[in-house]
Design a protein around this ligand. Structure first.
Ligand code: SF4
Length: 314
């Protein structure tokens, strides 16, 4: 029995086979760093921590994709289809002419079937969404929005520079302009300061009501060279870094309340230890975390959406 809707399953449903994402750093920045809506960025953010070694904006999009293709070939099962994953910073934060240039280059790469574009909800507009809607007639186009938290007080505390309402608006516009053809995903961080486990679990209900197809979860990690690293040093009592057991308990409770058709792309993140300002509590690769999570679901005889109806009708 599949106890949760996994990302590979989601792709198999769509493409009938495995699809490999190739990450790209196209040299964007973000409005929360350049002064447009804020400076200093979100307090937790060190965008380079999630940047694979082959991604470098000094290389062309195609060069990065070719290096990514070879990188994955030596590590994972061969894939015959690829998605260009614009991952670093806010990948719609530019004028449409530049976006068209880099996205066309990515789509011209052999065997590419679409784009996955990570961005902030305040970095899309009607013009850009119309362009994505056009592309979506021929390609898989997915916009991944950073949600991080559904609570405005948390978003303010981490200097996110937008409210939850901004996310809801962006998703609604994406749906409306894309006429349901633009795929949508979201990221949530568990453990942001000021949130209790009950608040985090309650977010399952909130995100279940959003027009989201996929979701990723990240455990809070304190990254070097961030405002949060400084806050952590000054007020460590304001933070709770989950043990693996605590974290998996939380994720199990969350997915029990999550809409059953929402594909779960990741349940935790993996950052090279050299980026961490606080010692990592889990000395474990992601595959192992996932294996323990699946065992926990099995042992508790539970699954995604088990409490969804009960929760949603409260
Ligand atoms: S998390 Fe995203 S929005 Fe926040 S500072 Fe980093 S790149 Fe910008």
């Amino acid at each position: 029995m599949n106890r949760y809707k996994s990302y590979p399953e989601y792709f198999r449903d769509l493409f009938g086979e495995r699809v490999q994402k190739l990450s790209i750093n196209a040299g964007f920045t973000c409005p929360n760093r350049d002064g447009t809506c804020g400076t200093g960025g979100c307090t937790f953010c060190n965008p380079l921590a999630f940047n694979p070694s082959y991604c470098n904006p000094e290389k062309t999009v195609s060069q990065q994709m070719e290096e990514g293709r070879i990188f994955h070939l030596t590590r994972y099962r061969r894939a015959s289809k690829y998605l260009a994953y614009f991952q670093t910073f806010s990948n719609t934060y530019s004028d449409l002419t530049y976006l068209k240039k880099i996205y066309s280059e990515a789509l011209a790469f052999p065997n590419v079937v679409g784009l996955v574009i990570g961005t902030r909800p305040d970095c899309v507009d009607e013009e850009k969404l119309k362009y994505f809607a056009e592309l979506a007639k021929d390609y898989y186009i997915k916009i991944e929005y950073g949600i991080e938290s559904t609570y405005d007080e948390t978003l303010k505390r981490v200097n996110r520079g937008h409210t939850y309402e901004t996310l809801v608006d962006a998703l609604e516009k994406t749906q409306e302009i894309g006429q349901g053809k633009i795929h949508t995903g979201g990221h949530l961080i568990f453990g942001l300061p000021g949130e209790t486990p009950e608040m985090m679990i309650a977010e399952a209900q909130t995100v279940s009501l959003l027009p989201l197809e996929t979701i990723k979860f990240h455990q809070l990690q304190i990254m070097k060279n961030t405002k949060m690293a400084q806050e952590f040093q000054e007020h460590p009592g304001d933070f709770h870094l989950f043990s693996l057991e605590e974290y998996l308990d939380l994720v199990v409770a969350f997915i029990e309340r999550l809409r059953p058709d929402m594909a779960i792309e990741r349940i935790a993140s993996e950052v090279p230890p050299r980026f961490l300002a606080a010692p990592p509590k889990w000395d474990m690769r992601y595959d192992e975390v996932l294996r323990i999570f699946c065992n926990a679901l099995e042992k508790r005889n539970t699954y995604q959406g088990k409490l969804f109806n009960k929760f949603i009708n409260q």
